[in-house]
Write a protein that binds this ligand. Structure first.
Ligand code: CUA
Length: 312
């Protein structure tokens, strides 16, 4: 099939995708066939058995047991085919192979974070090796989100206080879209990301280089984290307030807090705002920032602080 997709679907990039699509087309075209057959038949017989003159009468057709059995049995078989086919695909999609590698997915307003073994973590970009089953263990820190990769035909709700799982095996390298498909508030439409499918070698290299620290100077690393951890979806650096205060000239700025006090933004305030964002909120903003506890490590917070000092 066309790798770029069809009218109904994007390209197929997961082992189960062809099965999902085939079932979809079966369920789409079968009723179209019967719609034409039944409406066409109705018109044909209405015309064929119409009253042709004053003295003719339409034949008084009564029941035909054979026909009735025929049109009861055939649809039953068809519905049964759809059920068995769908249920088999459903089971395949819901039972991950035992050798699947596990990645922890956390949804929160309004970004995705991914935690890999060996301590590597990413935000809004899921990196996976090609041709290897990957099992996502998912939970939410706040409201219900839903994790959807159209190219893989997989979607699963992501809930607070409960784990859900979703597995896939990418069949080609490349970048695929990732969406949140459960309306989760103001930033829902920005809760988008990419799935980056790379070769096994690239993946292992990537994992090693991302499992600890960074070689970049702290300000530069901080600038990457600002983008990579999606801070920018609420804090912009051009001086205008967004969902949260602007980061332009943030360091050393005096801010009025909702508790009536005034603070000067320093290292400790930034650190506290990242880990306990609801504790000291600047006047004029809602206490809606999610905590980055467990998302950012200490050295990453250091790097972000170093970066914020440079945003003037
Ligand atoms: Cu998260 Cu919509």
């Amino acid at each position: 099939m066309d790798p770029n997709g069809t009218l109904f679907f994007p390209g197929q990039s997961y082992t189960i995708a062809s099965d999902v699509d085939a079932l979809f087309y079966f369920v789409l075209y079968l009723p179209i066939f019967f719609f034409i057959l039944v409406t066409g038949g109705s018109f044909f017989f209405a015309w064929k058995y119409r009253r042709k003159g004053k003295d003719t009468f339409t034949p008084g057709i009564a029941n035909h047991t054979g026909l009735e059995i025929f049109w009861t049995v055939i649809p039953t078989i068809l519905v049964f085919i759809i059920f068995v086919w769908g249920f088999k695909t459903y089971l395949t999609m819901n039972v991950p192979p035992s050798n699947a590698m596990e990645i922890k997915v956390t949804g929160q307003k309004w970004f995705w974070s991914f935690n890999y073994k060996d301590g590597a973590s990413t935000t809004n970009e899921l990196v996976v090796p090609v041709n290897e089953p990957v099992n996502l263990l998912m939970s939410s820190k706040d409201v219900i989100h839903s994790f959807f990769i159209p190219g893989f035909r997989v979607k699963m709700d992501v809930l607070p206080n409960r784990y859900t799982t979703l597995w896939f095996e990418a069949t080609e390298t490349g970048e695929f879209d990732l969406f949140c498909t459960e309306y989760c508030g103001k930033g829902h439409s920005e809760m988008i990301g990419k799935v980056k499918v790379v070769t096994e070698d690239e993946y292992n290299k990537w994992l090693t280089s991302n499992s600890g620290g960074s070689d970049l100077p702290p300000e530069q690393w901080g600038a990457e984290l600002f983008k990579g951890k999606a801070c920018f979806s609420c804090h912009i650096i051009d001086g205008n307030p967004s969902v949260g205060p602007t980061f332009k000239g943030i360091f050393g700025r005096e801010e009025k807090l909702t508790n009536g006090s005034t603070i000067k933004v320093d290292e400790n305030y930034i650190r506290k705002s990242i880990l306990e964002p609801q504790a000291e909120v600047v006047v004029g903003f809602q206490p809606i920032m999610p905590t980055y506890q467990g998302v950012l490590k200490d050295d990453e917070i250091d790097a972000l602080i170093a970066y914020l000092k440079t945003v003037k």
